[in-house]
Design a protein around this ligand. Structure first.
Ligand code: HBI
Ligand code: FE
Length: 277
């Protein structure tokens, strides 16, 4: 049973989350309200200019093609305009949210090819690190790769099967899958150099360089069950980065996965330490 908007808005206010949850509709979406200040626009352009210096070299070409196709860099994007372009490519659209939303509506949006994007942007003094995902992390990080057809299929399947798995106690396992792919996923196709596509890397200046270029980064060949069993921490560099050979591998592995059996087998076991997988 999903928490009501009112109860969730109270919880978020108590935790000091930034978003205006009181404005949420019952599916936890809000209007984008394109009323950004000139400082917001300057922060957006500064972040994009700085980050594209790195993504142009270290991001998978599907991500770069998406940035190009969706036109995100010149100014803070209009959610409806980008949704129209994205919908033509892979059937996905963007919905505005005030920030993190409860897990059930989140999965329901993904299952319906709607990606929730936060409608506020970090301030000038938070350029380097921010605790809650803001519009830069969600939009610049997550949205472009949704133009890649196979990953777009995976994300919808993730919403459907992940949402089912949450109901039978698999929330930690599916959150790990999201974390090690959509947030911190790497890709090394046959004969091609190692590249990144995960949003947590696309939107982080320091960790993107570390994950792709550092000899200290721990690269692990993707394996679905290992990923769903491996712990992660949210406020430091990852101690494991899983490497896909293709997006098909991710989609096909998850579509074949018998989640009820995997959840029953692993949900109460000790998680794996990412440093030693
Ligand atoms: N809400 N807006 C938003 N964005 C997310 O990425 C998000 C969320 N709620 C739940 C959630 N992610 C995590 O549970 C994922 O691991 C599924
Ligand atoms: Fe994210």
């Amino acid at each position: 049973m999903t928490v009501t908007v009112e109860a969730y808005a109270r919880e978020c206010a108590e935790q000091g989350l930034r978003g205006d949850y009181a404005a949420c509709k019952s599916d936890f979406t809000v209007e984008q309200k394109y009323d950004y200040s000139s400082e917001d626009q300057e922060v957006w352009r500064t972040l994009c200019d700085r980050q594209t210096k790195l993504t142009s070299k270290l991001a998978h070409h599907s991500y770069l093609d998406g940035v190009e196709a969706l036109g995100l860099l010149k100014q803070i994007p209009d959610f409806h305009e980008v949704s129209e372009r994205l919908h033509k490519l892979t059937g996905w659209e963007i919905v505005a949210v005030p920030g993190l939303i409860p897990i059930e509506p989140f999965f329901d949006h993904l299952a319906n090819r709607r990606f929730p994007v936060t409608n506020w942007l970090r301030s000038k003094k938070e350029l380097d690190y921010i605790v809650e995902p803001d519009m830069f992390h969600d939009f610049f990080g997550h949205v472009p790769i949704l133009s890649q057809p196979v990953f777009a299929d995976f994300m919808q399947l993730y919403g459907e099967k992940g949402g089912e798995a949450v109901k039978i106690g698999g929330d930690q396992m599916v959150s790990r899958l999201y974390w090690y792919t959509a947030e911190f996923g790497l890709m090394q196709e046959e004969g091609a150099p190692l590249k990144a596509f995960g949003a947590g890397l696309m939107s982080s200046f320091s960790e993107l360089q570390f994950a792709v270029t550092s000899a200290d980064a721990h690269h692990v060949p993707f394996d679905l069950e290992t990923v769903m069993r491996t712990n992660y921490e949210i406020d430091k560099f990852q101690r494991a980065y899983f490497v896909l050979p293709s997006f098909d591998t991710l989609r096909d592995a998850f579509s074949k996965a018998d989640m009820p059996t995997l959840v029953a087998r692993w949900k109460d076991t000790e998680p794996l330490d990412p440093a030693v997988v």
